[in-house]
Design a protein around this ligand. Structure first.
Ligand SMILES: Nc1ncnc2c1ncn2[C@@H]1O[C@H](COP(=O)(O)OP(=O)(O)O)[C@@H](O)[C@H]1O
Ligand SMILES: [Mg+2]
Ligand SMILES: [Zn+2]
Length: 323
């Protein structure tokens, strides 16, 4: 494991412990001044250790202490405080915010290590987060595209209502995101807002406290390959993080340099996450035909049947903005 990542995670857990302690002391001071009787009892309780040393009966002291504690809880409630007001309130009661449980790392520390890992990965991502508020439907207004379907019949597509529905869907998806959310496939020509909307979803889902990994497929594959073939690499395990993240956004499927190795990694990611029912959003600058020519039919059929495919339409907004 990467030492820096571990240290950062451990520091954050330690900070929780210090905070719990400081808050507990504050509550104690407050009660000391408001309910002097409790202050007196606490003073007596603090003498227990020395009374044991003086030879007093431990069993009797134990019983007295228990009674005193119950009496304190009663006093607190009589004064309108919760009975556990003076207890320590740890974020993780299991390990009392030490990060260790038995001889092992506590789940809270493991969780924190994975969060720090993911934060680092996302910080290195070339993609920058977007917001729904910066997404304008005006770019799709009065844009009518002609398309021929698989039966060679020509259709006209009014882009505005199509994209209005997609925007609405994405906002709902982000607001209601859970581990049961479906996986999405954003496809269509380049520059029509696929990356923008997927990263707007990421912004919202991150705000609700979920673990999200987002990056272009090229950069992720590079990183996985480096770690795979270079034992001395930093020690972070990108593939494991990708397979387990609560939401994964793979941007620009189809732009990667394809080898047997990259293809097998992509299949592994898509299959494993589907098996674990973890939501994934994939964007691709190509249609179903091109995807079918590039990838194994089993994968393409999953992308179109198990993922929810959303076809983005419009003109290249990058170019419209430049003009
Ligand atoms: N509806 C929109 N409103 C404002 N800016 C947009 C909109 N759609 C795309 N953009 C901007 O246009 C550029 C290209 O969009 P992008 O989402 O990267 O397209 P795609 O991923 O479909 O190729 C980006 O800078 C993006 O922020
Ligand atoms: Mg894109
Ligand atoms: Zn813990």
């Amino acid at each position: 494991m990467n030492q820096d990542v571990f240290q950062e995670a451990f520091n954050r857990i330690s900070a929780r412990r210090l905070k719990a302690k400081a808050e507990n002391e504050q509550r104690n001071q407050e009660i000391d001044s408001k309910i002097p009787e409790i202050a007196e009892i606490n003073y007596q309780l603090a003498q227990t250790a020395s009374r044991i040393l003086m030879g007093e009966d431990i069993e009797i002291l134990k019983r007295q202490n228990l009674q005193a504690q119950r009496y304190c809880a009663q006093l607190l409630e009589n004064h309108g405080y919760p009975a556990d007001y003076l207890d320590m309130h740890y974020t993780c009661p299991k390990c009392q915010d030490t990060g260790y449980y038995g001889n092992d790392y506590c789940t809270c520390l493991k969780q924190m290590i994975s969060s720090v890992n993911i934060e680092n990965m996302n910080r290195n991502s070339r993609l920058k987060l977007c917001e729904f508020s910066q997404f304008s439907l005006e770019y799709y207004r009065n844009i009518i595209l002609k398309e021929t379907d698989s039966n060679n019949i020509e259709h006209e597509i009014d882009c505005y209502p199509v994209m209005e529905r997609i925007l609405q869907y994405c906002k709902q998806y982000a607001a209601n995101f859970s581990l049961h959310s479906p996986s999405l496939l954003f496809y269509g020509r380049s520059g029509v807002g696929k990356t923008h909307l997927s990263l707007s979803i990421v912004s919202e889902v991150l705000k609700s406290g979920h673990e999200v990994i987002y990056d272009s497929i090229c950069d992720l594959l590079n990183r996985i390959e480096n770690e795979h073939f270079n034992q001395k690499f930093s020690g972070t395990d990108t593939l494991t993080a990708i397979l387990n993240a609560e939401l994964l956004v793979l941007d620009d499927l189809g732009t990667e340099f394809q080898t047997n190795y990259t293809l097998s990694v992509i299949y592994n990611i898509i299959n494993t996450r589907l098996n674990h029912k973890l939501p994934t959003i994939i964007t691709a600058n190509m249609g179903n035909k091109a995807l079918a020519e590039t990838y194994d039919p089993r994968i393409v059929s999953r992308l179109f049947a198990v993922y929810k495919p959303l076809k983005f339409v419009g003109k290249d907004i990058r170019r419209m903005k430049m003009q």
